[in-house]
Design a protein around this ligand. Structure first.
Ligand code: AMP
Ligand code: ZN
Length: 703
């Protein structure tokens, strides 16, 4: 490799690693696995070793993490928070010990005690105790400046507000905030269940991201609702030390009431360290939390002080990482899994293979594009990777063969046989039979009765799941044929509770048209679109007539190929959009509507709902004239007398449009306490701002 090539690669690596640092530390949304990230930093280190004079000023080897994200207050660390040097082999561990000995100029028979403990995969946090009382909690940030997360840290049970026992005046405990694997899975499930739009539900990629995202919240109440844990593994600024060894100080920290690792061992040679490493690695899969290696630390603190640090890491410590776990096996089948929201995900069924102590039988193939990229078919030999924290994935096809026919992605949903379609410009293929698809039914039912849809009080997810399981409720129509006796026959239902639920259901037999449209769970049809459609068509019959007309139009022309087809699609999309004919509806929504009604199963379900005694109410326009009629209003901040939903409904009843964001089109902003950026924007644009009381006067005057 020439110098010029090395310099160019170092430049590329610096930029790329910086980007991944930002994704990982600032956005909590990494794009690559830790193993791949480590590979990049190792490549960087390797080149820097070969070409020491090419080390860049902005080299990743000199940096820790990424700068704080900005929405939390910054804190300068009294003592820098460091990273750790990594090792991946026994030789590197031996080299570490040899380096320590050389640096300290020890004789060959001098004993060097080293601790070994799991490297837990969370985010580091520094807890400053003054006179035993927690005064500040900060994230690592870039090592020099972190973020103030004190109120958030106070919500974590493992972090005491006050230490017990004989604690030095100033003592910064450093350790890891993390989330257990089980809590991580439960959190993702909860976020999905609570999301209004399951397609947009926030899902964390792994427990570490979940921990980081949960700790770095503006609102500590959110942190409180997340099951975070903490354990100590070191310290920062201290006024005195309770012991003169690493293990001694850790014992003291534990005695003050802060958890430390259960697995700290003390060893005097490489053999002992490696044995501990293997022992921890063997336990890895069964541990309740993710770990990604073992950390070794020179035990004597006077030696730690002499060894000091290089660049961003101490010379007295080393992180011995677990290798990215890869294996080769046979792809026995490709199954299609249908997610709760209809997404079809191809899953590789594998000949069972052991990867790092865990038997792997499945790996994700992500989507149709990925299958094409890998060129895999059933029977191929593949290389897979298990990155500990994510689902195993297929990395590579070891037996590519272009002559054999490629895998064909199904165009029907394997669960319900409805059409599976790929929207223009999307990678995912989705089942369009949401209302009948077994994979999606529970989710659709939940959506159907949800707060923004039919809003049936007392019919929550627990009931839906139980009713579904027992065959009492398979599709939305079953809600309306539910009998009081069905409920009374069940455990824990009494006369009053059963009657209440039946009443709540009856109260929704004539839902407003927009809520009914929303309830059907048609892709891309959210609240705003449903309302636009309801306003435009006013009755279900008119809406249905329009849809049938447009469907006919969609089928009219024979598709052709190439450029002609593209033009045809464009023309057709335009015609479809025009025919649907409401504002704010583009081809995406129009086609989603048509896909939905084109699927006969969905029509059957809608017919069944009507047959069960449901009739969406027609929209009657009775706009009350007022100064805001025809204007666009934005509500921001917290309103006291009104909920957001009621305020928006009032605006609409006055013939005004309630928008979410302030823009040039906004005519009026109603701001309650705590209004932030929208208020600022309104001021910049010179838009009239009033408070809630003034708004209520406008509503009252309109009569
Ligand atoms: P890295 O961020 O990959 O450079 O690794 C360094 C980080 O590992 C430290 O900043 C700690 O937050 C974290 N870590 C996890 N477990 C330990 C441990 N037992 N001892 C020291 N650091 C640990
Ligand atoms: Zn389906």
């Amino acid at each position: 490799m020439t110098e010029a090539e090395a310099a160019a690669e170092l430049e590329r690596l610096a930029a790329e690693i910086a980007r991944h640092n930002r994704l990982y530390h600032t956005d909590d949304a990494p794009e690559i696995s830790d193993a791949d990230y480590d590979a990049l930093t190792r490549r960087n280190a390797e080149l820097e070793r070969q070409f020491p004079h090419l080390v860049r000023a902005d080299s990743p080897s000199k940096q820790v993490g990424a700068a704080p994200a900005g929405h939390l207050a910054k804190v300068a660390h009294a003592l820098q928070m460091l990273s750790l040097d990594n090792a991946f082999s026994e030789e590197e561990v031996a080299e570490f010990l040899a380096r320590v000995r050389r640096y300290l100029n020890l004789t060959d028979d001098a004993e060097v005690a080293v601790t070994a403990e799991p490297k837990i995969d969370g985010l580091s946090c520094s807890l400053r105790y003054e006179k035993g009382v927690l005064v500040l909690a900060a994230t690592r940030g870039d090592g020099t400046t972190g973020e103030d997360v004190t109120p958030n840290a106070r919500t974590i049970g493992d972090i005491p507000q006050r230490l017990s026992g004989d604690v030095p005046d100033i003592f910064e405990i450093r350790g890891e905030v993390y989330m257990s694997k089980a809590d991580f899975a439960a959190l993702n499930a909860r976020l999905l269940a609570e999301a209004e739009d399951p397609d947009k539900a926030r899902q964390f990629a792994n427990p570490r991201n979940a921990a980081a995202g949960s700790l770095r919240q503006k609102d500590a109440a959110v942190t409180r609702s997340r099951p975070l844990r903490f354990y100590a593994h070191g310290w920062g600024e201290v006024s005195a030390l309770p012991a003169d060894t690493q293990s001694g100080v850790m014992r003291a920290i534990k005695s003050w009431g802060v958890p430390i690792s259960h697995d700290i061992g003390l060893f005097t040679d490489v053999t002992g360290l490696i044995a501990q490493y293997r022992k921890i690695e063997a336990k890895r899969a069964d541990l309740p939390f993710d770990i990604d290696g073992v950390v070794y630390k020179v035990d004597r603190l006077d030696w730690q002080r002499r060894l000091g640090q290089v660049a961003r890491a101490p010379r007295w410590a080393l992180a011995h990482k677990f290798p990215a776990e890869k294996a080769e096996t046979i792809l026995e089948a490709i199954d299609i899994q249908v997610g709760r929201t209809g997404k079809l995900t191809p899953v590789a069924r594998l000949k069972p293979v052991s990867v790092g102590g865990v038997t792997v039988t499945n790996a994700t193939l992500h989507n149709a594009d990925e299958i094409a990229r890998l060129g895999v078919r059933v029977g191929d030999r593949v290389r897979i990777q298990r990155a500990g924290d994510v689902i195993p994935q297929v990395l590579e096809n070891l037996t590519p063969d272009e002559k054999r026919p490629a895998y064909v992605f199904p165009d029907k949903c394997p669960e319900c046989d409805s059409d599976a379609v790929r929207e223009e410009g999307e990678v995912d293929i989705r089942c369009t039979g949401g209302l009948i698809c077994p994979a999606q039914r529970v989710e659709r039912l939940r959506h159907f009765v949800g707060r923004h849809a039919l809003d049936i009080e007392g019919l929550g997810i627990t009931h839906i799941e139980a009713f579904f399981r027992d065959g009492l409720m398979q599709s939305p129509a079953d809600i309306f044929t539910l009998k009081k006796d069905d409920l009374l026959a069940r455990e824990r239902w009494a006369e009053v509770s059963a009657q209440n639920l039946i009443d709540a259901i009856d109260a929704r037999r004539m839902p407003p048209l927009d809520r009914f449209l929303l309830a059907l769970g048609i892709r891309h049809v959210g609240e705003v679109t449903a309302r636009d459609l309801a306003r435009r068509y006013r009755s279900w019959d008119a809406f249905q007539t329009m849809i049938d007309g447009v469907l006919a139009l969609r089928h009219e022309t024979q598709p052709v190929i190439g450029e002609e087809e593209r033009k045809f699609l464009q023309r057709r999309n335009k015609a479809v959009v025009e025919a649907v004919g409401t504002q704010n509806i583009g081809p995406e929504v129009a086609n989603a509507l048509l896909d939905f009604f084109e699927e006969g199963h969905n029509r059957e379900v809608v017919a069944a709902i009507f047959a069960a005694g449901v009739a969406p109410a027609d929209v009657v326009h009775e706009v009350r004239q007022s100064p805001v009629t025809g204007k666009t209003v934005v509500f921001t901040g917290s309103l006291e007398a009104l909920s957001r939903d009621e305020a928006k409904a009032q605006a609409e009843a006055l013939g005004a449009k309630a928008a979410g964001d302030v823009s040039k089109k906004t005519d009026l902003v109603v701001a309650g306490p705590g209004a932030g950026s929208k208020l600022k924007k309104a001021a910049e644009l010179g838009i009239e701002v009033i408070d809630e009381a003034a708004w209520l006067r406008i509503v009252a005057e309109a009569g």
